[in-house]
Each structure stands twice: as structure tokens, then as C-alpha cells.
Design a protein around this ligand. Structure first.
Ligand SMILES: Cc1ncc(COP(=O)(O)O)c(C=O)c1O
Length: 362
């Protein structure tokens, strides 16, 4: 097994938030322990936890995905969820059709298991819509997995129920599964797309408390799929982590029980930053791209070379953007990602730095 390096993650390693202003993160500004108020799981038995995950937490997740509780497995973050699903379903020579641009582990993890990954590109001129015909043309008898992120990271484009149904049909024709990372699904706010796990037996969803909830340090994620798939996954998880971090699950359970409040919090944060970004893009001739009403990330086009922009921003302004190279093996080199989940004062300052750097390079 040889896994491609996770370049985006390691790029951030050298740019700690204590020294750099990062306006590219995809999470909500962090929720602090203090904000858990009086919640203190002091009577929690720390010796043991249900291997599939804390029952109350699984029930909350099942409700959000509209599936039975038996279809939910708690994992150590969506990162482990992705690894386990790939490990359970893929082997050398299998074909994976991966949405593009996309959060890179969804594309690269299958490569670690020897799968051949075909990136299916979206087009910004179509508003980043999915091109189902391209999926259809690339599918063959070796295809075992189709992978998407809904809402898409880095564009926040939504995949509709109709499109998910078409892709599930395509997966069915090839004895494959459709894996959808639904980490940002709630950020479609009033009209979230349905969970793929509620639409058919070949749909597998995964998600996490890291982003919408701003609880990345808990490292709690989940997989939603049919029990037959989860059994295969669990057979592998016995050798990775055994079960998800039990103490972190009690905090995640508290948060999931307040799901609507967390989504409202996200909506407020993102709403303010979105208005500021729209104005900035309108006033910046070097940038092009619409800022959608949903989601917390945007992927504008830059007329200025993004490598040069990235490097000037880092060197002179200590400000971080996420270059398009992190979201596609090829292509999208003239785009970069911005995140709308940060503190508004910092986002404003970061955008001012970005615009100044663009002026210097034009
Ligand atoms: C789409 C997506 N899925 C998963 C993750 C990671 O999730 P976790 O922190 O639960 O491992 C990220 C983090 O950036 C992400 O953007």
C-alpha cells in the first residue's frame, strides 16, 4: 500500500494559526469547552463504550440522515470513515470515479488501496454543476465506487436528489457504491439535499462534527450505510481503532442534540462573511466567481498566477489561501479556496490583504 501524500494538510502544518491569518479553512470558528455550559459528563464510565458508537448519538445521526439506527457507525472522524469504506470496498485494479475539484483524501485514499481513480471534472462556467454524462462515460465493469462531496468542497455546489438517484442507478448497473461525504450538507441551511444513505442500498454517507459544529478536536465522525456494508467496515475497524473515542462521543452527543442551534450559528457566521466577500469580488477585477447562498467555502478564479499570489500573501502578509492544486490532480490551477467560517474581523483583514496582494501583482 502506498498512499499519495496529503499535501494540503502538510501545507498547513507549517502555517500555525498563531502566526498566520488563514482565510481558507473549511470549518466554523471553533466552539470552546466553555460554551458547553454546565455540561460535564462526570459520571461517564471511561472503561468501555458500545463498539458501534454511543446509542443516543447514533439515534440523533440516524434521524438527520432518515435511516434506522442500525445503519450508523461512529468513527474516529470522517477521515477514518473514508479510510474504512475504501478498505472495505476496494482492491487493486478497481476503478473509482471521483468528483473534481474535491477534498483530496476522497480522491487519493482509493489510490492507496491500488484502485485506479478517474477524476470527473466539473466546469465553473456551468456553475460547478455535476456532469453525469462524464460519470457514465467513465464507468466500466471494474468500477466499484463513485465518490462525491455534497455540498462540494471547495465550491459549495449542491448535488440534487435527482442527480444522486441517477448516480445510484449508475452504481447499480456496475455493482458499485456511491460514497458521499456529507460533511457540509447541513450548510445548505433551509434546503439541504437528502442524504444518499436514505435513497437506496448502494448509497453510503459519511460526515463529522469537525466543520459545521466547529468541533474538530473531538475527532468524531460517522458512516451511514446498510448493515451489510457496515459489517465489512467493522471487520476492518477492529484493527484500526476498535471504537471511536468514547469521551469525545459524549460531547458530540451533546452537540448533535442541539443540531439546529449549531446550524443557525453557522448560518450567521457564514452570512456575514459572505456579504463581505461578494462586495470584495465585485470590486476586484482580478477575481471572478459567484459566491453561492449556501455552503462555507468558495473557489474563485484569479487572473493573477495563484502560486505567485500564494507566495506573496504568505511572505508579506502572513495570510493563507488554499491553491487549486490541492483539489485536483490536474487543472484548476487558476482557482483558490476561501473559507467563510472564520471570525468576521479576521476574514475582513484577510480579504484586505488578498486584494492588496492582487493589486501588487497586476
Ligand atoms: C469534506 C471533508 N471531509 C472530511 C474532513 C475531515 O473530517 P474529520 O476531521 O472528521 O476527520 C474534512 C476536513 O477538512 C473535509 O473537508
Amino acid at each position: 500500500m502506498k498512499f499519495p501524500p496529503f499535501q494540503h494538510l502538510h501545507f498547513y502544518d507549517d502555517l500555525p494559526p498563531s502566526r498566520f491569518l488563514n482565510i481558507s479553512f473549511s470549518d466554523m470558528t471553533g466552539f470552546t469547552l466553555k460554551e458547553f455550559g454546565g455540561f460535564s459528563p462526570s459520571d461517564r464510565d471511561l472503561r468501555w463504550s458500545d463498539v458501534a458508537g454511543m446509542p443516543a448519538l447514533r439515534s440523533s445521526i440516524a434521524r438527520l440522515h432518515r435511516v434506522p439506527g442500525a445503519n450508523v457507525l461512529i468513527t474516529t472522524g470522517a477521515t477514518e470513515a473514508n479510510f474504512l469504506v475504501n478498505a472495505a470496498l476496494l482492491g487493486p485494479g478497481d476503478r473509482v470515479l471521483a468528483d473534481c475539484p474535491m477534498y483530496s483524501p476522497l480522491r487519493d485514499c482509493p489510490r492507496g488501496f491500488g484502485a485506479d481513480v478517474v477524476e470527473i471534472a466539473r466546469d465553473c462556467r456551468d456553475g460547478w454543476a455535476l456532469d453525469i454524462d462524464r460519470f457514465r462515460k467513465a464507468a466500466n465493469r471494474r468500477t466499484r465506487l463513485l465518490v462525491l462531496c455534497n455540498l462540494n468542497n471547495p465550491t459549495s455546489a449542491r448535488v440534487t436528489k435527482g442527480e444522486l438517484m441517477e448516480l445510484l442507478d449508475l452504481a447499480g448497473e456496475h455493482d458499485a457504491h456511491l460514497l458521499v461525504d456529507e460533511t457540509f450538507r447541513d450548510l445548505a441551511f433551509t434546503a439541504p439535499p437528502p442524504s444518499v444513505a436514505s435513497l437506496g442500498p448502494r448509497g453510503i454517507a459519511m460526515s463529522t462534527v469537525s466543520k459545521t459544529y466547529g468541533l474538530g478536536m473531538l475527532k468524531v465522525g460517522w458512516i451511514v450505510g446498510r448493515p451489510a456494508v457496515l459489517d465489512r467496515v467493522r471487520g476492518i475497524r477492529d484493527y484500526t481503532t476498535g471504537n471511536a473515542p468514547p469521551l469525545a462521543q459524549t460531547f458530540a452527543n451533546w452537540a448533535l442534540a442541539r443540531h439546529d442551534a449549531f446550524v443557525r450559528r453557522a448560518c450567521e457566521i457564514v452570512g456575514g462573511n459572505r456579504a463581505i466577500l461578494r462586495e470584495a469580488i465585485e470590486e476586484t477585477p482580478a477575481l471572478r466567481g459567484s459566491v453561492p447562498d449556501i455552503g462555507n467555502v468558495v473557489f474563485p478564479h484569479s487572473r493573477v498566477n495563484v502560486r505567485k499570489l500564494e507566495s506573496l500573501l504568505l511572505r508579506k502578509y502572513r495570510t493563507v489561501i488554499a491553491h487549486g492544486r490541492f483539489f485536483a490532480a490536474r487543472g484548476f490551477r487558476d482557482h483558490f479556496r476561501l473559507g467563510l467560517g472564520g471570525k468576521t474581523s479576521e476574514f475582513r483583514r484577510g480579504l484586505a490583504n488578498l486584494r492588496q496582494a492582487l493589486r501588487e501583482l497586476t
